[in-house]
Structures are given as structure tokens and as C-alpha cells.
Design a protein around this ligand. Structure first.
Ligand SMILES: Nc1ncnc2c1ncn2[C@@H]1O[C@H](COP(=O)(O)OP(=O)(O)O)[C@@H](O)[C@H]1O
Ligand SMILES: O=C(O)C[C@@H](O)C(O)C(=O)COP(=O)(O)O
Length: 380
């Protein structure tokens, strides 16, 4: 393992290379409101595999992400953020004429966090071409992490399959299924089946496992994933914890009780911590316990990448959970290190967005919006 999270990987084998989407998460600073009424937002690095690279870097791992941004200021922000978190951005390239995607969400804790992706009809990170990949770097990485979303469109689909074929270390396939990116569920299932034989580890939530292997039941989905050839199958179940099996040992990780602020990003925190456990050579039980707590911590915070915990934070929360105490949002925020790999330009992660007793989620008819007549918002 390298020294924690200070800089770019150079001349060393990268412990983790992830591949897939990146974007700017524009998340509300007000909880309990429809986007129709939210007035203030925070801006964060986002995109599931990019979040995973950040999460692993927080545990001191050397990580890099293969992705593409627009050639615009949001793309520059993402480079700054990756570097700030200690993630190698050498495989992040711009695509001319295509904006960096933004992603909004709504906060309806404890279990409803609708996502609004602005990346249609396509996004720069789906323009990764197979011939542009550094296949030897992928082959040398100790862990290569790919996502099913990377299979939803060409050229990213061919590139993802080429990278999966080139990897020689541990290959994690994140079953990450976002229906809006696919023509049909059947099409997604077809490409998951093409990718699965390359994977050593498959990780997904219940719905994603159902797309991959057709079962919504955690135990049978895990068994079907093992039958498809993976060595470790992991079924994430949000507030219900996780089930993981290698065919010999089955671990059921109970949830770590938390006050939920935003459930988004918990899976990516789990993923980065999973990579840390695999790289550390921990047994399945220790790895799952640790990753479970990392997921819970991010669920108790607003953002995704910026909320990823260090190993010390995870250990502190495991100790707290051991004493039967629920992790509150305020306590979670107080655990975050004062200094660390976060971009220096970033305002501190607020402990939680302000819950707003404002208009209801669906407030019914409101007066017609009188639109501004020019882009500066001035009316003539
Ligand atoms: N509300 C929660 N309470 C406690 N732990 C949670 C909660 N939400 C997520 N987690 C932890 O994070 C892991 C991943 O979250 P999950 O929501 O299942 O993944 P994804 O975001 O990929 O759907 C879960 O398996 C669990 O360990
Ligand atoms: O994945 C995205 O493109 C947006 C993310 O940054 C995000 O907020 C998210 O949904 C994280 O995914 P999860 O960990 O599977 O909840």
C-alpha cells in the first residue's frame, strides 16, 4: 500500500483503476423539497466509478479513473477535485463539443432520493474508445473496476469489454443498473451476461442482481452470480445491510444504524471500502463489516465523493455501532477529518442540508411562471 492519498501515482502499479462515468453532482442544500422549490445547491464530484476511486483513495489506496468530461469549466472542476482527493486523473480526457454532465437529486430521507441525470442523448464518459485505453496499465492494476452503465452505449461498451478482457488482477463488476440509460431491461441483461465471465467479484443491489441473474432474492441471486463464474458475489440491501458469499463462507452484514441524510453514494463508499479490504487481504467477514460501515457513513451525509470516510472514521463508527448507538448526522459530520485529501477550494461538508417545512412535495397548481426574456434573467 502507498502512503495515504497525497498525490498522483507515478511509476507505481496503481492498486485500483475504475472506469465509467463522471459528472458534477448538484445536490440540494434543502431536504424534503421537490427540485421545483429548492433554492440552494452544493457542487460535488460525482459519477459512481469516480466516487469509488475517491473512496479507495480515502483509505490510502492508489487509484485512477478512466473517464471523459466535457472541455468546459465543470470538466476542469472534476480534474481539480480528483487531484484534490489523491486520485490519478491521467486517464481523464476532454471531449470537444459535449458538456460535462450534471446530476441533481432530491432528498426525501430516509429512503427516497430521486436522481435527475442531465446526460442525454449521450455523455462524454460514454465516448471512451477501445483504442484509446492504456491496456497495459489496466492489466497491471491490482483491481480493475467496471460498471454495467459503461455497457449501455458504444463506443464505451466495446471499450469496457476490451478493458475487462485485458485486466489480469481482481476484476470487480459493479452491476450498477440505471434503467434510463438503456433501451430495455433485456438489453442490459444481455450485456451483463457478456461482462460477467470476466469478473472475479460482482456487486450490486437487489434490483441490479435481478437484472443480472433474474432473482430478487439475495441468497439465490448470490448463488446464481457464483454459478455465472464470479468468485465473490455481493448483494447490497441498503438499510438492510448486505449479503456476501464466496461459495464457502456466507456473510450477512447487518446494517450499521444511522440517521440518513442522503442514501446516494452509499454503494460507492461500500465499493471503495470493499477494494481496500480485498487489497488488504482481509477475510470476507472483516471486509463486509468495514464496507457496510463505510456505506452507512455516506448515507448519513449529503454528498457522495466528498463524504467518503477515511479508515479511521470507519473504525470509529464500527466501535459506536458495537455499543448499539445510532450514528447521527451531526456526529457523522464531526468525525470527518479537518485536513485531508479534499480539494482545498471546497467548502466544508455541511453536516446536513436544512430540512424545510416548505411547500409539500406536490403542491398542486401554482401561478404561471413568468419567464425571463433573456439569459441573464433580466426582463425587458
Ligand atoms: N440507510 C442505511 N443504513 C445503514 N446502512 C446503509 C444504509 N444505506 C446504505 N447502507 C450501507 O451501504 C451499502 C450500500 O448501499 P445500497 O443503498 O445498498 O447501495 P446502492 O447505493 O448501490 O444501491 C448497504 O449495503 C449498507 O451496508
Ligand atoms: O452515479 C452517478 O452518476 C451519480 C453519483 O454521484 C451518485 O450520486 C450516485 O447515485 C451514487 O451511486 P450509488 O452509490 O449507487 O448510490
Amino acid at each position: 500500500m502507498t502512503e495515504p492519498t497525497t498525490g498522483l501515482v507515478s511509476g507505481l502499479v496503481t492498486e485500483l483503476i475504475t472506469m465509467g462515468r463522471i459528472g458534477v453532482d448538484v445536490y440540494p442544500l434543502q431536504s424534503g423539497l421537490s427540485l421545483r422549490h429548492v433554492e440552494t445547491f452544493g457542487k460535488y464530484l460525482g459519477g459512481s466509478p469516480s466516487n469509488v476511486a475517491v473512496a479507495a483513495a480515502r483509505h490510502g489506496r492508489s487509484s485512477a479513473v478512466i473517464t471523459r468530461t466535457g472541455a468546459d469549466p465543470f470538466g476542469e472542476f472534476l480534474h481539480d477535485a480528483l487531484r484534490g482527493f489523491g486520485v490519478d486523473d491521467r486517464y481523464v480526457t476532454p471531449v470537444a463539443g459535449m458538456p460535462t454532465p450534471v446530476t441533481f437529486c432530491e432528498l426525501f430521507p430516509p429512503d427516497d432520493f430521486p436522481l435527475y441525470f442531465y446526460r442525454f442523448p449521450t455523455a462524454p464518459d460514454l465516448q471512451i474508445h477501445p483504442e484509446e485505453l492504456d491496456l497495459s496499465a489496466i492489466a497491471r492494476a491490482e483491481i480493475f473496476w467496471a460498471t454495467v452503465t459503461g455497457l449501455c452505449q458504444e463506443p464505451s461498451r466495446s471499450a469496457t469489454l476490451a478493458a475487462l478482457g485485458a485486466a489480469t488482477g481482481t476484476v470487480v463488476l459493479d452491476l450498477d443498473y440505471r434503467p434510463m440509460f438503456w433501451a430495455s431491461r433485456e438489453e442490459a441483461a444481455r450485456f451483463v451476461r457478456q461482462a460477467l465471465p470476466h469478473a472475479t467479484v460482482a456487486v450490486g443491489n437487489l434490483e441490479e442482481c435481478a437484472v443480472a441473474v433474474g432473482s430478487h432474492d439475495a441468497e439465490s441471486a448470490a448463488a446464481l452470480l457464483l454459478a455465472a463464474g464470479v468468485k465473490i458475489a455481493i448483494v447490497k440491501q441498503g438499510p438492510d445491510g448486505v449479503l456476501a458469499t464466496d461459495g464457502v463462507t456466507t456473510v450477512v452484514g447487518p446494517p450499521v444504524p444511522v440517521e440518513v441524510v442522503n442514501g446516494l453514494g452509499a454503494g460507492d463508499a461500500f465499493g471503495g471500502a470493499l477494494c481496500h479490504g480485498l487489497l488488504s487481504g482481509w477475510d470476507l467477514e472483516r471486509t463486509v463489516r468495514f464496507a457496510n460501515a463505510a456505506g452507512a457513513i455516506v448515507a448519513s451525509r449529503l454528498s457522495c465523493a466528498d463524504a467518503m470516510p477515511t479508515s479511521a472514521e470507519v473504525e470509529a463508527v464500527l466501535e459506536l455501532a458495537g455499543s448499539g448507538t445510532t450514528l447521527t448526522a451531526a456526529h457523522s459530520a464531526s468525525l470527518a477529518p479537518v485536513s485531508g485529501p479534499a480539494p482545498s477550494s471546497k467548502p466544508p461538508e455541511s453536516s446536513r442540508p436544512v430540512p424545510v417545512a416548505g411547500p409539500p412535495r406536490d403542491p398542486g397548481p401554482v401561478p404561471a411562471f413568468d419567464p425571463p426574456t433573456n439569459l441573464t434573467g433580466e426582463r425587458s
